[in-house]
Design a protein around this ligand. Structure first.
Ligand code: HEM
Ligand SMILES: CC(C)=CCC/C(C)=C/CC/C(C)=C/COP(=O)(O)OP(=O)(O)O
Length: 304
């Protein structure tokens, strides 16, 4: 854990932008969007004020877990180009402030979720924070290249939580939504890990490309894309969505598989700046936005 960063004497006063950066807003907007879609496709609807509060709680909890992740990893972040400018490694904030912010926001979001919606949703929200911070960040990430396969579950909970906030129970559709994100995470992350491998190696984090090499990572990216594709089509195949979702999901997923196959079959990397890997990573984000957006559009069309 961090040490020199924590004791740096010249810590500049943090402003609101630094606290915002602690919440990893660019990643969290997709997390929150999937939670919103999970909530809005649930049967029976939800009171708009309570619905807004539930989504706010997911956003605050996701932000809190991002802050706690950065509190714990300040020393690792200082070693990687991609993360060295974050508030803690850059010395704009002391670690204790990040810890207090993360813990405070965690309690606030979970309690608000419990009082505003139901305690099942609140417990799931608390579980997601703990899963990301303790299981992924503290336990798995420094130990095993399977870290994100298991740890990725944390980021897959929001649609399930959104559904539970609206209904109080679990059903097959939100479980499938969980499964889509769970199986999407390895291709999403490993595509990026292929080109930031030197960073992870320098920081001593056993990400798959560092430990098992590029070829294995490429193969695993494609292999995980296959069950992910099945999970993405399953809501339609099981009659839980309409044809708008079915057709669009098939097209988007076919494109995902094509990009994953291109990454998967490359053996030696030519000097092309890892274009196929960057394309897969970028598309993975667009893919999830579109898939969940279409799920919602399909739900509204069916309700007409
Ligand atoms: C353990 C699982 C995951 C890992 C290890 C991971 C890792 C990463 C990393 C390292 C980045 C680069 C971000 C940066 O440089 O700040 C990234 C970007 C991103 N991730 Fe993930 N991710 C995971 C799960 C998720 C999930 C579940 C979602 C959403 C549902 C997500 C959405 C995004 C988005 C939207 C970006 C782009 C951010 C931007 O625009 O800069 N990720 N991810
Ligand atoms: C509701 C709730 C609590 C949701 C949690 C959402 C969640 C766990 C998202 C995971 C996405 C994420 C920021 C991964 C970064 O991995 P990393 O921490 O290894 O990346 P880094 O190297 O950029 O710090």
């Amino acid at each position: 854990m961090a040490s020199n960063v924590a004791t740096t004497p010249n810590i500049l006063p943090a402003d609101w932008r630094d606290f915002l950066a602690l919440t990893k807003p660019s990643v969290m907007r997709l997390v929150v969007f999937t939670g919103l879609c999970g909530m809005l496709v649930a049967p029976g609807g939800i009171n708009p004020v309570l619905g807004f509060t539930a989504i706010l709680c997911i956003a605050l909890a996701a932000g809190a877990s991002g802050a706690l992740n950065q509190w714990y990893e300040a020393d690792i972040d200082a070693l990687m180009k991609r993360t060295e400018k974050r508030p803690l490694p850059a010395g704009r904030m002391d670690r204790q402030s990040a810890l207090h912010f993360g813990v405070g926001l965690s309690f606030f979001s979970v309690l608000l979720m419990g009082f505003a919606t139901n305690w099942f949703a609140a417990v799931m929200l608390a579980g997601s924070i703990l899963f990301y911070v303790i299981i992924y960040t503290m336990w798995l990430k420094p130990r095993t290249p399977q870290n994100i396969v298991i740890g990725g579950a944390a980021g897959a909970f929001p649609p399930l939580i959104g559904w539970i906030a609206a209904t109080g129970h679990v059903a097959p559709l939100p479980v499938l939504l969980f499964l889509i994100i769970f199986l999407w995470t390895p291709p999403h992350f490993w595509a990026l890990a292929l080109w930031v491998r030197p960073d992870y190696a320098a920081a001593g984090i056993p990400m798959l490309p560092v430990v098992a090499g590029e070829r294995t990572t490429r193969r695993q990216i494609f292999l995980y894309s296959i069950p992910m594709a099945a999970a993405a089509i399953a809501p339609w195949a099981m009659g839980l969505t309409g044809n708008l979702y079915g057709v669009t999901a098939a097209v988007l997923t076919a494109w995902f598989l094509y990009l994953a196959a291109k990454v998967g079959i490359r053996t030696a990397v030519e000097d092309d700046g890892m274009k196929p890997e960057k394309r897969l990573f970028a598309f993975s984000i667009l893919y999830l936005f579109l898939l969940f957006g279409i799920l919602l559009a399909d739900h509204w069309m069916m309700a007409l």
